[in-house]
Every structure is written in structure tokens, then in C-alpha cells.
Design a protein. Structure first.
Length: 620
């Protein structure tokens, strides 16, 4: 080939190579653009928005909580602040100085701030919350010295203020920061890592209503998170709904004072609707301690307290119902026609069975008793005989469940126990032992394995008052709009349990319970000139306590009024207290106060119980 032709061929090859190279380059570039804009366009657009804008959540204020009169709130939101730091806005080499100054204003150690802002995030432009529940006076000091505190800002963060603490703590509950476990369950329901949620009581039960809807503030920022626009887009938060409870604050205070500083519980409810007018459990705690920076230590102290102040004894502890259970036994005997109510059984003070002597609480014996007098005198021998020889454990258990025992009361609280109604099958599974006649005898007087909560026994006496119906006990009365106060929703009573027992049985049982007050064991402590009361006492034996027992009383009043005008009361004073047989006295004080419209002091004065409170004061 000639030199001239060779040169021309080389040039052609180079041109072709260049064209191929350019084609491949532009093809790759085009494919990359196509991929970014078409295939992965949505992903990049989303990332672009994250880079170009910063959305800050504005927490909504929780709804307020009122008692049944809906006039003055029991729980409100108090203005408070949270202090935040943007570490990236602190000049180089100035972090330690700024952190020390801020710690001084906040009354905390610099180490506490260092823990919130470790070295790994000190170049970040994301806000870090270093302290909550900061009062306005501290914020004022920080604002006055803002020049010396670069990167420091604050935001309004209202805290829950419980205006009425004491016994209401178990009902209302308290709030706290959401934890990881809660976040796992609630992440898809509008909650985030900064959410404040209900931990116990009504605060937890109706958290979704109280929460409200968070607002937002959108700011334009650069890739490092620095704000580059001073005009935010704000969506205002919506306050949570207000709740009106069934609780009557005056009755709650009356019950609290009637129980006093005795470990125990008392429940007052309207039998015709299931509304809980009062629920007291002692000891209690102050819900406001969970607003403090020392809340973790305060909680640990409560948790380790042997008197268990965090437990709502009205629904979270079950006890042997003792002789109050004789109400169920009487109803079962009458309905089953197991034994004539006018036929008498002799009580000699003891009953020999299975090589064991069972002693009645009157060791000398009651003599011959029919049903009415056996119930009034709370004769154990009578009910041991009825339970062992005429009913049997299966029928006893069946009627106990018909009265709502051994199953959830379904009250609108997040935690409650079901108690226990034992059977032969249950004992076989639990202990791998056969049921014996002695077990039946123990259950016949509400001892042995039998257990019930104070609320369940309030329901039990409510069934007698209602002649066969128990309405689901509830604490929520109404849901209201926080702005207009308009009623959005009203709780409608619903039946929890309906009995198959005949009306004639209820009439006879009601008369027997009234006779118990006029001629039975509690005739003195339950004597009341203002109100006719029907009731039954109970004295539960407890292992480990000598000469002391759980003191029970269940009652409804007025006896001569229709169910819609009555209240039911169940009171227990635990065996750990000095023995006073106080449950009957406390119950009478409660009923006197309600129907005579009297305070605790006025009620004990009219009932003649002042000397009892004075003698207790001397003992203490």
C-alpha cells in the first residue's frame, strides 16, 4: 500500500474510533439521565424534598379531663418549655463554654448536656432537646443572654398538671414519653419518638381521644440542615378531645376521707347505669411527680414500696369475698329450691367433716336458723351445710359467674383482674388434686380459692338492686369538643350480665339484706336514720395475720327507692390495718354523706361516729 493511502486509512480509523467513543459516552450519559429521571425519578424527587425542606412537628395539647359536673377540670395543660440545641451553629472551639453556660441556666450538670450531645453529633444542624419542663423564668434568662448561647433555642411544650391528686391518681393515671415498645405498637397511628402518651388510667385508656392532632412547621434548609428561609409554612395543631367522667368529685372526696389512711378500697356506683361515682384505693400517689426530671427515681420508689401505691386495689387486686358471698349462696339456694328458706338448720358453733372441725365465727353456736336469720347473723354452719349437702361446687360456681364473678368487669381502665371462681376441674389442672367436700365448704362462705375485686362485689350487690341485671361499669360519661364544648359522644349504658333468677327470689333476698341491717350483725354500725340500707358484711381470714382480717361490706341504698335512685357501695379494709371492723362504718358514712348531702365531718357527727375517729387518732 502506498504511504498516502496508509495515512488516509489511519485517519479514518481514528475518526471511527472517536465516533464510537462519543456514541458510547453519550449513550451511557443518556441512560444515566433516563434512569435518574424516569426509573428512579420518584426516589430522587423524594430525597430532594428532604434535602430542601425540614419539617418540624408541633405537638397538640392533650384534652382536659373533668368530673361529671363538667365545670372545673381535674387535669389541665400547664405552659412549659423545652430547650433545644443545634450543635452545628456553635462556633468551633466554643462548645464547652456554651454547654457550661447553658447547664448553669438550666440547673443541671454540663455532663448531662454532653450525654445528650455526644462528640459524634456536634457538627450536626439537627435540633437536640436537652431539657424539658423548663419554666418561663428560666427561658427569660436564656433569652436575655442569647448572644452568649449560639445554637440554643426553645419551644413551648405544655406539661400535664393534675389539679386533684390523691385517690384520683388511680383513675386518671399519668402520662410520659413514649418508649420503644410502645412505639413499635403505635408507629402507624400518628405517634412519633417525641410523643407524650398515657401510661395508666384514663390517660392511657382514652389516649387516642386525648392526643389531638399534631401540627407542623416546614422550613427551607440546605444540605447540612441550615435554615435558608425565614418564612415557615405552619399547619396548626388540633387539641385533643375533652373527657367528662362519671366521677363525682364531692363523693370521691367523701369516700377518700371515710376510708382514711387505711389500706383498702371502696367503690360507689349507680346500679341502674353502671356509672362509677367514686373509686378510691389507698395508698395512692401524686401523678404530678411524673412531670419532674427525677421521675425515674420517683417511679422506682413507688414500685419498690411494699404497700403497693401504684396498684388500684378496686380493680387490680382480688380478695376472698368472705361472707359477702353468702348473697350468691342464698340466691342459688332459692332459685334451685335446694332447701326451703323457712326450714331451720342448727348451728352448734362447729361442724365436723373429713376428720376436721370447722368452727363458726360464733363458737357457742347460733342455734336453729332459717335463711333470713342465717344471712343476718352470717352463720357459717348454715352455709357450709347448704353448699356441701344441697348445692355442690358446680352449681355454686355457675351462680357466682352469673353474678359477674370470675370474669372481667370490663370497666374502661387498661388493667384489671378477673378474680377466681374455682371448680373441681380447675383444681385438678392447677394443683393436680381432687376436689373435696372441705373445698366446697370453704367456697360456700367466700373463703378457700374464691377471689373477687371490690368492683366485682359492687356489681354483685348491684345485681340484687336491679333484680337480675348488672350494667357494665364505666368511667367515661361524655366526649366534648375542646373549642365549642359541644357534646360529641355520650356513653350509653349496656348490660354486662343478665341473670335467669326469678323475680320472687330477688324480692326475698332484698328483704333478707334489709333485715341484716335491722336485726343482724351490722345493725349498730349500719344504723342510719336518714336512709334505709340493705347490706351484707364479710370478714375474710388471711394467712399471716393474727387477730386481724379483711373487713368487707357491700350495700345498696335507699332500700325503699327504685334502682335508678340508688347507689351501691363495696368497701374493703385490708387485714394489714389495725382491726377496727371499719368497712361497715365507712360505708354508712359514705351513704349518709351522699343522701344527706353532707361532708365527711358532718356525716360522722350525725351518725355518732366521732368518738371512733378520736380513739383512732389516740392510737396513732
Amino acid at each position: 500500500m502506498l504511504p498516502e493511502q496508509n495515512t488516509r486509512s489511519n485517519k479514518t480509523t481514528k475518526v471511527i474510533s472517536l465516533i464510537i467513543f462519543l456514541f458510547i459516552t453519550f449513550s451511557l450519559y443518556f441512560f444515566r439521565l433516563f434512569s435518574m429521571q424516569i426509573i428512579n425519578g420518584e426516589t430522587y424527587r423524594s430525597q430532594s424534598k428532604k434535602i430542601s425542606s425540614q419539617v418540624k412537628s408541633i405537638p397538640a395539647q392533650r384534652g382536659e379531663i373533668f368530673d361529671r359536673n363538667a365545670v372545673l377540670p381535674m387535669v389541665i395543660n400547664t405552659e412549659s418549655f423545652a430547650v433545644e440545641v443545634i450543635p452545628g451553629e456553635i462556633p468551633n472551639g466554643k462548645y464547652d463554654t456554651v454547654a457550661a453556660r447553658l447547664a448553669n441556666y438550666l440547673g443541671i450538670s454540663k455532663e448531662a448536656i454532653d450525654k445528650k450531645i455526644p462528640k459524634s453529633v456536634r457538627n450536626s444542624y439537627n435540633k437536640i432537646q436537652v431539657k424539658t419542663n423548663v419554666p418561663f423564668s428560666v427561658i427569660s434568662n436564656i433569652a436575655e443572654n442569647k448572644y452568649d448561647l449560639p445554637g440554643v433555642s426553645w419551644v413551648s411544650k405544655p406539661v400535664r398538671n393534675y389539679l386533684h391528686t390523691g385517690s384520683l391518681s388511680h383513675i386518671v393515671g399519668y402520662v410520659g414519653d413514649i418508649n420503644k415498645d410502645e412505639m413499635t405498637v403505635l408507629y402507624n397511628k400518628g405517634y412519633n419518638k417525641n410523643s407524650i402518651i398515657g401510661k395508666t388510667g384514663i390517660e392511657k385508656q382514652y389516649d387516642s381521644l386525648l392526643q389531638g392532632k399534631s401540627g407542623s412547621e416546614m422550613l427551607t434548609v440546605d444540605v447540612h440542615g441550615r435554615i435558608i428561609s425565614d418564612t415557615p409554612i405552619v399547619v396548626a395543631p388540633q387539641m385533643g378531645k375533652n373527657l367528662v367522667l362519671t366521677i363525682d368529685s364531692d363523693i370521691q372526696k367523701l369516700v377518700e376521707e371515710a376510708l382514711g389512711n387505711r389500706v383498702g378500697a371502696a367503690v360507689v356506683l349507680k346500679p341502674a347505669t353502671g356509672e362509677v361515682l367514686a373509686m378510691v384505693s389507698y395508698p395512692y400517689y401524686d401523678s404530678n411527680i411524673f412531670n419532674s426530671d427525677d421521675s425515674a427515681n420517683q417511679y422506682a420508689k413507688l414500685l419498690n414500696d411494699t404497700s403497693k401505691p401504684l396498684i388500684n386495689r378496686a380493680v387490680q387486686l382480688s380478695y376472698p369475698p368472705a361472707s359477702t358471698f353468702k348473697i350468691v349462696m342464698s340466691a342459688a339456694m332459692l332459685q334451685e329450691k335446694a332447701f326451703p328458706s323457712n326450714k331451720k338448720i342448727e348451728c352448734k358453733g362447729e361442724l365436723l367433716y373429713g376428720g376436721r372441725v370447722f368452727h363458726c365465727h360464733v363458737h357457742s353456736g347460733h342455734g336453729y336458723l332459717d335463711l333470713k336469720n342465717a344471712l343476718a347473723q352470717s352463720c357459717d354452719v348454715y352455709y357450709w351445710t347448704i353448699g356441701r349437702d344441697y348445692l355442690g361446687i358446680e352449681k355454686i360456681a355457675s351462680y357466682a359467674k352469673e353474678f359477674g364473678l370470675g370474669k372481667s368487669s370490663q370497666i374502661d381502665l387498661p388493667s384489671q383482674v378477673a378474680g377466681l371462681v374455682p371448680t373441681a376441674e380447675w383444681k385438678e389442672k392447677k394443683y393436680h388434686e381432687k376436689w373435696v367436700g372441705g373445698d366446697t365448704m370453704s367456697c360456700s362462705i367466700g373463703q378457700g380459692f374464691m377471689e373477687a375485686t371490690p368492683l366485682q362485689l359492687a356489681n354483685m350487690i348491684a345485681m340484687v338492686s336491679n333484680e337480675g341485671k348488672i350494667y357494665k361499669p364505666h368511667l367515661l360519661k361524655e366526649v366534648r369538643d375542646p373549642v365549642t364544648n359541644e357534646v360529641i359522644e355520650t356513653y350509653k349504658p349496656s348490660i354486662l350480665t343478665e341473670s335467669t333468677i326469678n323475680n320472687e327470689v330477688w324480692k326475698e333476698l332484698q328483704e333478707a339484706l334489709r333485715y341484716t341491717v335491722t336485726d343482724g350483725t351490722p345493725q349498730y354500725p349500719m344504723h342510719n336514720k336518714r336512709v334505709q340500707i340493705a347490706c351484707k358484711t364479710g370478714t375474710a381470714e388471711v394467712d399471716g395475720y393474727k387477730d386481724s382480717w379483711h373487713s368487707w361490706l357491700v350495700a345498696y341504698a335507699p332500700y325503699d327507692a327504685p334502682p335508678e335512685d340508688r347507689v351501691c357501695v363495696a368497701t374493703i379494709v385490708e387485714a394489714c390495718n389495725v382491726w377496727e371492723w371499719w368497712a361497715p362504718y365507712a360505708t354508712n358514712i359514705i351513704i349518709q354523706g351522699i343522701f344527706a348531702n353532707q361532708t365527711y365531718s358532718e356525716a360522722i357527727k350525725e351518725l355518732g361516729f366521732e368518738y371512733l375517729t378520736k380513739s383512732r387518732a389516740r392510737m396513732e
